[in-house]
Design a protein around this ligand. Structure first.
Ligand code: GCB
Length: 637
């Protein structure tokens, strides 16, 4: 039986009952529906797992496509027989050679190799549009005389994942952008061990996101896989932060036989701070103490991080934590008590490359964020439209960029489907529990451009409630749509979404002059009817431009000149909105999107980037850079 804890019980009854697995339509009754589902209520969290000891299982894996999903169901829908199950611990070559009654129509151990993490879409031209099931296999050695616990921890795998170790079922996960882990201690054997993973990228009406988006659905194991080693009792989750009252607060949970009544000690290196306590009967510890006077607050200008340790019995949990506060007061956003203007841009999780595979190494993350921080003079990034790699949020912590983090509740999800809601809630919880220790993250966003309806309002209000329960220390937002007056001579926009009342920050995506026939010259005189007492972020605006395509006279769409003028006029418009406290235009870099197929300009790329896919800056880049340089010099309102 699992121990109760503050982070878990909250989703409780809903998650327990409602997970009918959103890919069910595809998989019927199969390992994708029957293996134990890893959620924040049922599986280890291993918060800050990237700081723990372990064996990195990145690198070469064998792989095999399974377009008809034969590995999970026979051709009449029945359970696959022994010779179809990809995960069994069988030497296929040897078995075929020894017994001519055996038949296997796959052999993962001898199939092609690919480097993980990374999406299969970029692995070869014929995989470009593959959406379906792929199997991966690798072996690793495990020493004899093992002690403690071993967890298989995935940074992310898109979208539905089943995991087997040494032929034994381990578990499954749903959701392509958040971490999950399984305790595999009892499944390991001395010497050679075999892992098989099935990843199905197919979206359905019930998945989050659903099939229609405006970005590439990068199937596969897109983030690190690691075998993490801990002592029998270990710190499964910890959250360390600065409160607005000037205290350092800690919430922690221990898991294992000695979790209850365990002495614990929190230290912050370089500061006279040493907080001792004892866990309760459930292994929980919650404490606060006044922050030392010497504590330097994390800011974008001085992103100071401290090495924090939490010692508990044989385990020491580590993280690097920045201490700062974020609050809203009327229409102001206060960072460490002072008004701040968010000079940002939106970004997809896609490295700068001609053929990106969603591989976010520290270097790739740094290259992207440096364009914002140094190139654009920014202090903010919207990590859209789903939780990005933990490498990205750690790099933002280090470089000093404020972060908007979001879940892929995008356009039209199945608002009335309880299983979809359960999936979204779990995803949001996994994201928050992973990144609550990141000073950079200041906004949790629950949705993007979702049309108002009663079912949608109820769905999103549930998510907002979850955010407030899991992390009341940050601000909540959602990128909303506005209603446009159909007869007014100048663009006249009114916020009519009832959800605005539930949010700390009203965020609006606006594309007047790109998707509407408005003349760019009319944009500055736009009229905005908005709540007067809440901060506004223009969370998107943008126009496509193909790097190197010019039309100085005609100002044709897709030209660099048009995009630059669109930015000039939209920024002029934005400056006239009194509650504006930040912008994150769309978007830093051109990104792959199968819905964009204009052969002259797009060919599978959304061209609204200020840099091309290989990093070439367009004219609009310097328009925004100059605007931000000016903003950085002005006192924030
Ligand atoms: C939007 C969406 C974003 C799209 C963008 C576009 O409003 O939020 O995901 O990529 O517009 O380029 O149309």
């Amino acid at each position: 039986m699992r121990v109760a804890r503050f982070d878990r019980a909250f989703l409780g009854p809903l998650l327990a009952g409602a997970f009918a697995f959103a890919t069910q339509a595809l998989a019927a009754e199969s390992v994708f529906t029957t293996l134990p589902l890893a959620t924040v209520d049922t599986a280890p969290l291993l918060v800050s797992a990237d700081m723990r000891d372990g064996v990195d299982l990145s690198g070469e894996w064998n792989w095999s496509i399974d377009p008809y999903r034969s590995g999970i169901a026979g051709f009449h829908g029945e359970a696959p027989n022994r010779t179809e199950q990809r995960w069994l611990d069988i030497d296929v070559r040897k078995t075929l050679a020894q017994d001519n009654r055996e038949l296997f129509e796959f052999d993962l151990d001898h199939d092609r190799k690919v480097k993980l993490p990374g999406s299969w879409l970029a692995a070869s031209p014929e995989m470009r549009h593959y959406q379906g099931l792929v199997w991966y296999r690798r072996h690793f050695d495990s020493p004899a005389g093992r002690k403690g616990r071993y967890f298989l921890r995935f940074g992310a795998s898109n979208y539905a994942t089943v995991v087997f170790v040494n032929g034994q079922p381990v578990g499954r996960h749903e959701g392509g952008f958040t971490p999950f882990a399984f305790d595999v201690t009892r499944l390991l054997r001395n010497g050679d061990n075999q892992i098989t993973i099935g990843v199905d990228s197919a979206a359905t009406a019930a998945t989050v996101p659903p099939p229609v988006t405006d970005w590439e659905n990068y199937g596969g194991v897109t983030r690190d896989v690691k075998l993490v080693h801990t002592s029998d009792t270990y710190v499964d989750s910890a959250w360390v932060r600065l409160t607005p009252e000037g205290k350092i607060a800690v919430d922690a949970h221990l898991d294992g036989p000695a979790a209850a009544n365990q002495p614990v000690q929190l230290k912050v290196a370089g500061l006279p701070f040493d907080l001792k306590g004892r866990t309760d009967a459930q292994g929980n510890w919650r404490a606060t103490a006044t922050a030392p006077r010497a504590l330097m607050r994390w800011t974008p200008e001085n992103p100071k991080l401290y090495d924090v340790t939490l010692a508990a019995g044989d385990d020491t949990w580590r993280d690097r934590v920045g201490f700062r506060t974020i609050e809203r007061k009327g229409a102001d956003i206060l960072l460490n008590g002072k008004p701040v203007f968010l000079r940002g841009i939106s970004m997809h999780e896609e490295e700068i490359a001609a053929n990106p595979a969603r591989v976010i190494t520290p270097d790739n993350a740094r290259a992207l964020l440096a364009e914002i921080k140094n190139g654009l003079h920014g202090n903010f990034v919207r990590l859209s439209h789903y939780p990005h790699s933990e490498v990205m949020t750690r790099t933002a912590d280090e470089m000093g960029l404020l972060v908007w983090s979001e879940v892929p509740v995008y356009w039209m999800v199945a608002w009335s489907n309880p299983s979809t809601l359960a999936t979204a809630r779990n995803m949001l919880a996994e994201n928050i529990l992973r990144d609550r220790n990141r000073a950079s993250v200041v906004i949790w966003s629950v949705a993007n451009e979702t049309p108002v309806s009663d079912a949608r309002n109820a769905f999103l209000r549930t998510l907002i409630g979850d955010v407030r329960r899991l992390d009341p220390s940050r601000l909540v937002s959602a990128a909303l749509l506005v209603e446009r007056d159909k007869v007014a001579a100048v663009p006249t926009m009114t916020m009519a979404d009832p959800l605005a009342d539930d949010l700390d920050i009203v965020s609006i995506n606006t594309y007047n002059g790109w998707y509407t026939p408005d003349r760019l010259a009319d944009l500055p005189s736009s009229v905005w009817n908005l709540p007067a007492d809440k901060p506004l972020i223009f969370s998107e605006f943008g126009a496509d431009a193909k790097a190197g395509f010019h039309s100085p006279d005609g100002m044709q769409k897709f030209s660099e000149e048009f995009q630059a003028e669109f930015y000039r006029k939209t920024l002029e418009m934005a400056d006239r909105v009194p509650t504006l406290r930040g912008i994150s235009p769309w978007i830093l870099k051109d990104f792959r999107s199968p819905r964009r197929q204009n052969p002259d300009f797009q060919m599978g790329w959304n061209r609204k980037g200020l840099i091309s896919e290989t990093g070439q800056r367009k004219q609009a880049f310097s328009v925004l850079a100059e605007y931000f340089a000016r903003k950085a010099g002005e006192p924030s309102k």
